[in-house]
Design a protein around this ligand. Structure first.
Ligand code: PLP
Length: 227
């Protein structure tokens, strides 16, 4: 099976889940996670119509973006962010899903090139309360959001989570529901968020059922990652 075949299957899974869970048609956008996969894999996916790509490492994203300037790609940065990498990220990414502290948002805001529109950002929430995971604690999200909306170089669009792996559909849904409820709470406070970045290869349907607008899929498109 080719990348194009995989994309078609994922596209059908997304459309079917939208229908099954009363989501508006095309309300879920696929972000193809290409980390550790070669530039040729991105070219193949692009030729098949995929335009949104997700990367976890600033240097890798920069190299790929440099090689693919002829392609009109929307780059999503989804990995942990070290403060010495924010400039590279701000210069290339259109979206950053993994903001979890003010300092990072301030740097992204200041370092975004002046000629570009504000950088779309999501706050990564540690929804499963895992000690090892990055992400802001659910109870601290509102305070962080209040500070971030004052920055002019970034536009706060929504929330992102990477729940602890779990194979039970209902449990997956419950976890994603927490992120959706947190977004609803923020919107009651006037934040106007329109984005929920949640769902990967193994829990995409549950995420769509609970309102995902961006799903981040790697393995089901590109196969297992070559290390
Ligand atoms: C790698 C990665 C993905 C893609 O995961 P798959 O299981 O390969 O679909 C999605 N989101 C984040 C944050 C990732 O790091």
């Amino acid at each position: 099976m080719t990348i194009s075949n995989h994309l078609q299957i994922i596209g059908e899974r997304i459309r079917q889940a939208e229908q099954q869970y009363d989501r508006a048609p095309h309300s879920v956008q696929l972000v193809a996670v290409s980390k550790h996969h070669p530039i040729t894999a991105i070219e193949d996916a692009f030729a098949a119509g995929q335009t949104h790509f997700g990367e976890n490492y600033a240097q890798e994203m920069a190299e790929k973006a440099q090689a693919l300037t002829a392609h009109s790609i929307t780059w999503h940065f989804i990995g942990p962010i070290q403060s010495n990498k924010t400039r590279q990220i701000a210069e290339i990414a259109h979206w950053v899903h993994s903001v979890d502290r003010l300092k990072i948002a301030q740097r992204l805001s200041a370092q975004k090139p002046a000629h570009k529109p504000p950088l779309n950002i999501c706050l990564q929430v540690n929804i499963s309360h895992e000690d090892s995971k990055s992400g802001v604690a659910p109870e601290s999200v509102a305070e962080l959001a209040t500070q971030i909306v004052q920055l002019s170089g970034v536009k706060l669009r929504g929330l992102m989570a990477i729940p602890a792996p779990c194979s039970d559909f209902e449990q997956q849904r419950q976890t994603f529901a927490q992120l959706r409820q947190l977004q609803e709470l923020l919107n009651q406070q006037g934040f106007g968020l329109d984005t929920l970045s949640m769902g990967m290869s193994d829990d995409m349907e549950a995420a769509i059922a609970e309102g995902a607008t961006l799903v981040r899929i790697g393995t089901a498109i590109f196969g297992s990652r070559p290390y």
